[in-house]
Design a binder for this molecule. Structure first.
Ligand code: TMP
Ligand code: MG
Length: 212
């Protein structure tokens, strides 16, 4: 009998909410047959262009073109993701379609609404479970905050609003209506957050039916 399909668990959130740390902890907990992936994937040719755009505020691109690069970066990894899951491997993902839509829609460009932003990601492999980390503390003292494009408080607040709009709308955008669980991490230690995440993962009906 072939392996059961692996699970795709996505961790989303604003910048500097501890996603990458938590993704790594979750990957370790899920064990050997789990791969960690992150978007943007800055290792590909498209990803390098995205990296330049993020680190260099004088690098000008039309917002629509920047959006399409982020989407293309997901599409170029889609077969890899699908094949891993079909091979029975789990994937822990650090950002994905929700970030793609929320950050671009937060720019409030005429015509670039949530539907427009989502349309080029339609058809990508869907997560089985999405965890959205929310930290209500100020970013001002967070190490490194402000180094990249988008890392300023007023824009982050707009992105936060777009994430919530998107979660409300997702039933109409995403026929499967996969679970999004909001995880409040305000004031929590790394260990406390990882325990919250682990409890949610273990109790999720989609995930607990699989092998880990
Ligand atoms: P990172 O900090 O997780 O490496 O992501 C870099 C920035 O890119 C972050 O501010 C979120 C933003 N972003 C988008 O604007 N669109 C996308 O599709 C993704 C994945 C990230
Ligand atoms: Mg960042």
């Amino acid at each position: 009998m072939s392996n059961p399909r692996g699970k795709l668990i996505l961790i989303e959130g604003l910048d500097r909410t501890g996603k990458s740390t938590q993704c790594e902890i979750l990957r370790q907990r899920l064990g050997e047959s789990t791969t960690l992936m992150k978007f943007p994937d800055r290792t590909t040719a498209i990803g390098q262009q995205i990296n330049n755009y993020l680190i260099d505020s004088s690098y000008n691109l039309p917002d629509q073109a920047a959006h399409l690069l982020f989407s293309a970066n997901r599409w170029e990894r889609n077969d890899y993701i699908r094949n891993k899951l079909l091979d029975g491997e789990n994937i822990v993902m650090d950002r994905y379609v929700y970030s793609g839509v929320a950050y671009s829609a937060a720019k409030e460009i005429t015509g670039m609404d949530l539907e427009w932003c989502y349309s080029c990601d339609r058809g990508l492999v869907r997560p089985d479970l999405t965890l959205f980390l929310v930290n209500n503390e100020s970013n001002d003292n967070r190490e490194g905050f402000g180094e990249e494009r988008y890392e300023n408080n007023s824009f982050q607040e707009k992105v936060r609003q777009q994430f919530y709009k998107l979660f409300e709308k997702q039933a109409s955008l995403n026929e499967d209506n996969n679970d999004v669980v909001i995880v409040n991490v305000t004031g929590c230690t790394i260990e406390q957050v990882s325990e919250k995440i682990w409890t949610i993962v273990q109790n999720n009906k989609e995930i607990s039916s699989s092998t880990f």
